[in-house]
Design a protein around this ligand. Structure first.
Ligand SMILES: [Ca+2]
Ligand SMILES: [Ca+2]
Length: 307
């Protein structure tokens, strides 16, 4: 389904000059800064490619933390590193956190007295001011980049679900995110939303959250080159990735005017890989004159959108 395929990035443009003259041809290639697409490449390459598991990692603890962050280091977790796609635990009385016997049950089917620490990284694609909206019942705190102070917090003991907010300036890239939470009785809930530059308030999506298993951050595309094969009058295309995440494949697109591109060929990608991978392909029938090539990477996951 197209909406889930991110046709992005790596719009390295190459052009090929083809001069024909009676039995001989002279061919050259060079990078072409056309249509502003090269600048789009620079943006894509400057952002991190994260290899890791989308979402946050959660540890759950017996007992309420009473607004003390030290609780989470002094107490052994009952559930360790459970993947959590996003913080979207709507206020409820049933076991919406799925903590089971980690909680204390003062009433049947109504879990109380447990705490949780959610950790991971938040990927920001546009630098600017971001406001975080923390809804919780009961207390919760949001820390970014291991700051000494929480960005937003709901301090207190037992209270109905409520929302507090805080604003901070974030650079593009990854930011360490930690949320401490505790349920002290009655119903419970935890929801984390944000808004930012040209982005309305919304639930922080799973696609921008990565847990602590992130193992690599590096540009994915190392090069994309074209070389004319004078003897066969074909064009050899090659590219190399430093890392790939949920890469389903590549599409080489071709154009004779640098504006209208059509698919030339496709190749499968390397799925998720932290190893450098090299690819090559042939354009068997380049047009006489200028030939423009564009490389697109297809992704099928919920990864950050680089644009
Ligand atoms: Ca409860
Ligand atoms: Ca409560």
């Amino acid at each position: 389904m197209i909406p889930f395929i991110l046709l992005m990035l790596f719009t390295y443009m190459l052009r090929r000059v083809f001069r024909s003259a009676r039995g001989s041809s002279r061919v050259g290639t060079c990078l072409a800064a056309v249509l502003g697409l090269v600048s789009a490449v620079a943006q894509a390459q400057s952002l991190p490619v994260v290899v890791g598991s989308p979402g946050l990692s959660a540890s759950y603890y017996r007992g309420y933390f009473y607004d003390q962050a030290s609780f989470f280091t002094a107490t052994a977790p009952a559930i360790v590193n459970r993947p959590v796609e996003q913080l979207n635990f709507a206020e409820a009385e049933n076991d919406n956190f799925q903590v089971g016997n980690v909680a204390t049950y003062y009433e049947p089917n109504k879990p109380d007295e447990f705490s949780a620490r959610f950790q991971g990284q938040l990927c920001v694609t546009t630098a600017g001011d971001y406001t975080f909206y923390l809804g919780s019942d009961d207390a919760a705190y949001v820390w970014l980049d291991n700051g000494a102070q929480p960005v937003a917090f709901n301090k207190g003991d037992s209270f109905p679900y409520r929302e507090m907010q805080g604003t901070c300036t974030l650079a593009a890239g990854l930011h360490t995110l930690r949320v401490d939470y505790g349920e002290h009785g009655g119903s419970q809930g935890l929801v984390l939303e944000y808004s930012g530059p040209n982005m309305p308030k919304q639930l922080i999506p799973n696609g921008v959250l990565y847990n602590q298993n992130v193992v690599a951050i590096r540009p994915t595309l190392m090069h994309f080159d074209a070389a004319a094969l004078a003897t066969s009058q074909q064009v050899a295309l090659s590219w190399k990735t430093a890392a790939e995440e949920n890469s389903t494949g590549f599409v080489i697109q071709k154009s004779t005017d640098g504006k209208a591109f059509t698919d030339l060929l496709r190749q499968p990608g390397g799925a998720t890989s932290t190893e450098a991978r090299s690819y090559d392909a042939i354009d068997p029938q380049p047009a006489t004159g200028w030939n423009y090539y564009r490389l697109q990477q297809l992704r099928s996951d919920r990864a950050p959108v680089y644009s």
